[in-house]
Design a protein around this ligand. Structure first.
Ligand code: PLP
Length: 325
C-alpha cells in the first residue's frame, strides 16, 4: 500500500487528471531542447490518459518511446531496459492493466529507471486496494477512488518527497494542494476516498480469494456449457477477479446487446472520435482486429455471488449459441 505523508498526496478529480499532471507537469519544467534529457518512455498498454498525454508531449518536441508487451500483456523488460537511457526524463508504467488485468514487474521497472536516473511514474489506479503494492521507490503514482469502491470524481497523484522535482501545475489559481492543483477541494469526496482506502486493507486478501474463486467458477461454467473461449492476458499475474476472454466467431458488441442489463460486460473496442477502434491493449498483445472484436471483459466485484457467475455463464452460452447460428 502507499505510505505517504499528507504533503505527498495531491488530490485530483481522478486518475485521468493525476496521469496528466504527472506526464505533462514533470516535463513541463523543461523544454526537450534545453535539457540533457529528451525522451519519455511509456508502455504500449497504458490507459489512454497516459498515452494521449504522451502524444501531446510528442507534439511539443519530446521523443516518445513506446515499450512493447509480450503476448501475455507483461512488459518486455529487456526491450524496456534498452529504451530507458541517460536521456530519459520520465518512464510511465502501470501497476496493473484495466482491460486484461495483468500485473507488471514494477521492481524491475523501477531499478532500470534508477540505474539511468530516469524518474518513474506508476498508474496504480487498478492495483491499489486490490493487490498489495509498494510505491516506496516510485516518484509519482496515480490513484482513483472509484476503483477501490470509493466515490467517483476524486483521485490523487502521489508525489514522493524524494522525487527529484515536483510537477508544474496544469491549472492556475489559488494555493490549494501546494499550488499544484488549485481549486476548492471536494471535501465529502475526499473523505469518502479516505474511508474507502482505509476499508480496503483489512479485506483485500479475503476479497482477492473470493473473486478468484468466482472467476474460476465462471470459467468452468462456460466450459461446461461448451462455450469455446481463450483467455487474454496472463494466467496468474493478473488482478483477482479480472476476466478478458475471446470467443471466436462472436461479435462482442452483438453479444453485449443480447445479454441486456443482467450481465455487465464490456467489449474489446473503444469509441474514439466517433469511430469504433479495436482496443490498443488487445492489439499490443498481438490480437488482430477480428480477434479483438470477439473479446469481452468483465470484473468480478466484492458484491458478486456464485449465482451471478452461473447466470452470467448461462446467458453468455445462450447468447453465443444464437449468434453462432
Ligand atoms: N488509469 C487506469 C489504469 C484506469 O483503469 C482508469 C479508469 O478506468 C484511469 C486511469 C482513469 O481513472 P479516472 O476514471 O479516475 O479518471
Amino acid at each position: 500500500m502507499v505510505c505517504a505523508a499528507p504533503s505527498e498526496v495531491i488530490f485530483t478529480s481522478g486518475a485521468t487528471e493525476a496521469n496528466n499532471l504527472a506526464l505533462l507537469g514533470v516535463p513541463g519544467l523543461l523544454e526537450p531542447n534545453d535539457s540533457t534529457r529528451s525522451n519519455i518512455v511509456v508502455s504500449a498498454i497504458e490507459h489512454k490518459s497516459v498515452l494521449a498525454a504522451a502524444a501531446e508531449l510528442g507534439r511539443r518536441g519530446w521523443e516518445i518511446r513506446t515499450a512493447p508487451v509480450n503476448r501475455d500483456g507483461i512488459i518486455d523488460i529487456d526491450v524496456f531496459a534498452s529504451m530507458v537511457d541517460e536521456k530519459t526524463l520520465l518512464a510511465s508504467v502501470m501497476a496493473a492493466n484495466n482491460e486484461i488485468g495483468t500485473i507488471q514487474p514494477l521492481s524491475d521497472v523501477i531499478s532500470i529507471c534508477r540505474d539511468t536516473g530516469a524518474m518513474i511514474h506508476v498508474d496504480a489506479a487498478q492495483a491499489v486496494g486490490k493487490i498489495p503494492i509498494s510505491l516506496a521507490d516510485v516518484d509519482f503514482a496515480s490513484l482513483s477512488s472509484h476503483k477501490m469502491y470509493g466515490p467517483v470524481g476524486v483521485g490523487a497523484l502521489f508525489v514522493s518527497s524524494a522525487a527529484p522535482v515536483r510537477p508544474r501545475p496544469l491549472f492556475f489559481g489559488g494555493g490549494q494542494e501546494g499550488g499544484l492543483r488549485p481549486g476548492t477541494l471536494p471535501v465529502p469526496l475526499i473523505v469518502g476516498f479516505g474511508a474507502a482506502a482505509a476499508s480496503r486493507t483489512p479485506v483485500m486478501d479475503e476479497d482477492a480469494l473470493k473473486s478468484e474463486k468466482l472467476r474460476k467458477h465462471f470459467l468452468e461454467n462456460l466450459e461446461r456449457r461448451q462455450v469455446r473461449f481463450s483467455l487474454n492476458g496472463h494466467k496468474t499475474e493478473r488482478l483477482p477477479g479480472s476476466i478478458n476472454i475471446r470467443i471466436p466467431d462472436v461479435n462482442a458488441v452483438e453479444l453485449i446487446m443480447r445479454l441486456g442489463d443482467r450481465v455487465l460486460i464490456a467489449d474489446g473496442s473503444a469509441c474514439s472520435s466517433g469511430n469504433i477502434e479495436p482496443s490498443h491493449v488487445l492489439i499490443a498483445i498481438g490480437l488482430n482486429t477480428k480477434e479483438a472484436s470477439s473479446s469481452v471483459r468483465m470484473f468480478i466485484s466484492r458484491f458478486n455471488t456464485t449465482e451471478d457467475m452461473e447466470v452470467a455463464a448461462e446467458r453468455i452460452a445462450l447468447a453465443t449459441g444464437v449468434i453462432h447460428q
